[in-house]
Ligand binder design. Structure first.
Ligand SMILES: [Zn+2]
Length: 439
């Protein structure tokens, strides 16, 4: 109002000056903010390096004392003590031996969770490390010992950056993953409803090159279904073998020359998951192995099948019925059904894109690789969390073939290059911190 009487020309020049000043101020502000951001993540990297050796030690401690699903008593105690020592509020006995560490940030904001699974496998493979399992017949053959070390590491790094966190972080240590019991029980606990989580993240170490993070929006694994086909007493075991192989070949859908059941190829740099034309895309197959069960003058075939496309799932049973109806066994057929089916890990599209951008922005374009396929056989009960809240599940490479380490989960020679702990802790500490500061 004060300028209302000034000549127009003078006013315009003054306005121009103001504008230039404003632009200058704005760009200084932006560059300050981005250099601030750089310092924060450089600090995270430094803090990760400082605790790396102790995280390796705790991973080896878990590795030496593995516990089966539902028995994670010792593991749970170590985790809760570790989190308490970091100054976190700790809830124990969540859905069995589950532990939740709560870290309140310096300001109000979102509720973000990180989940690590805790259980080991009933294996007795030779394990070529000096810190072998002391519990006979039990081994950390899926890498959950590494997941726990990374989860504790992220909690530790972020507890040092508490003041920069807007909101509350929940570090969920989940028991009974291998049996698909733990996550389900945890999401049904009263604590989980109270947490009111906005976003949840997790990872799984696997046979990618050490430190390689891989992710994909939507389904990460193929849908697994167990099918049962019932026949009357006139159907013989020999018939079953012939018919099963016929159904299997008729129902098969895959790329030419590809065998999506050959899991090691998923990590091949040419035909594997990182190629947009991967062989692990758009397939349906039934496992070669099937069982025959006799029950009350009936003969049942039971087998697993894997389908990548959700929209094709309702077509599978009608298709099998059609194949049988055109075969010489049609009069012996009674019914077919799915007797076991689970959802699959389903990554939120927006959060996945966001995570890729954030991680590549901080740690470089090679820090994350896009996954274009869906691996069969594997799954993770993390999908129960994703049914309640948006979340992203990452793969993290643990293989180092030069060192003779192959992180192929559940394989007899499963091993992990512990350097992946460093990458996991710094990358996901950075990601979570950025998420707490996002709108
Ligand atoms: Zn696992």
């Amino acid at each position: 109002m004060h300028n209302a009487g000034q000549p127009n020309k003078h006013r315009n020049m003054k306005l121009k000056k103001y504008l230039i000043l404003l632009v200058l101020l704005f760009s200084i502000l932006i560059s300050c903010k981005s250099s601030d951001k750089k310092t924060v993540h450089q600090n995270i990297e430094k803090q990760t390096n400082e605790i790396f050796d102790s995280l390796v030690e705790i991973r080896r401690n878990f590795h030496q004392h593995p516990e089966l699903a539902g028995n994670e008593k010792r593991t749970s105690k170590i985790i809760s003590e570790y989190l308490s020592n970091l100054g976190l509020e700790v809830k124990t006995g969540v859905a069995g031996y589950g532990v939740v560490g709560i870290l309140k940030g310096g300001k109000e904001g979102k509720n973000i969770a990180w989940r690590a699974d805790m259980d080991a496998l009933p294996n007795d493979f030779p394990d070529e490390v000096s810190y072998k399992s002391k519990n006979k017949g039990i081994q950390h053959g899926c890498g959950h010992d590494v997941h726990m070390a990374i989860g504790l590491g992220i909690a530790q790094v972020l507890s040092k950056n508490k003041e920069s966190i807007k909101g509350t972080l929940y570090f969920i240590f989940q028991p009974e993953e291998e049996t698909f019991v733990g996550a389900k029980n945890m999401v049904n606990s009263s604590l989980f409803s109270e947490m009111n989580i906005d976003e949840i993240y997790a990872l799984h170490v696997t046979a990618l090159p050490v430190g390689q993070i891989m992710v994909k929006p939507n389904e990460l694994y193929a849908y697994q279904k167990r099918i049962q086909i019932k026949f009357n007493d006139k159907f013989s075991k020999e018939d079953a073998g012939i018919l099963y192989n016929h159904i299997r070949s008729e129902i098969l859908r895959k790329k030419d020359g590809a065998n999506p059941w050959e899991i090691p190829k998923a990590f091949d740099s040419i035909i594997g998951l990182s190629n947009p034309n991967t062989i692990f895309k758009d397939y349906l197959f039934m496992e070669e192995n099937f069982v025959i069960e006799e029950d009350n003058n009936q003969l049942d075939i039971k087998a697993y099948l894997y389908e990548t496309n959700k929209s094709n799932l309702p077509n599978i049973l009608p298709k099998i019925e059609e194949i049988i109806s055109k075969s010489e066994y049609k009069d012996k057929f009674i019914s077919t059904s799915f007797i076991q089916e689970n959802p699959t890990v389903l990554n939120d599209k927006l959060l996945t894109e966001n995570a890729i951008n954030t991680l590549t922005d901080i740690y470089g374009s090679k820090s994350v690789v896009m996954n274009y396929g869906q691996i069969p056989y594997f799954n993770d009960d993390f999908f129960y969390f994703q049914q309640k809240t948006s979340g992203v599940y990452f793969l993290l490479g643990g293989s180092n073939l030069e060192k003779g380490i192959n992180a192929m989960n559940h394989a007899p020679n499963f091993g992990v290059d512990e350097e992946c702990i460093r990458v996991g802790v710094k990358s996901f500490s950075s990601l979570i911190l950025e998420r707490t500061n996002s709108e």
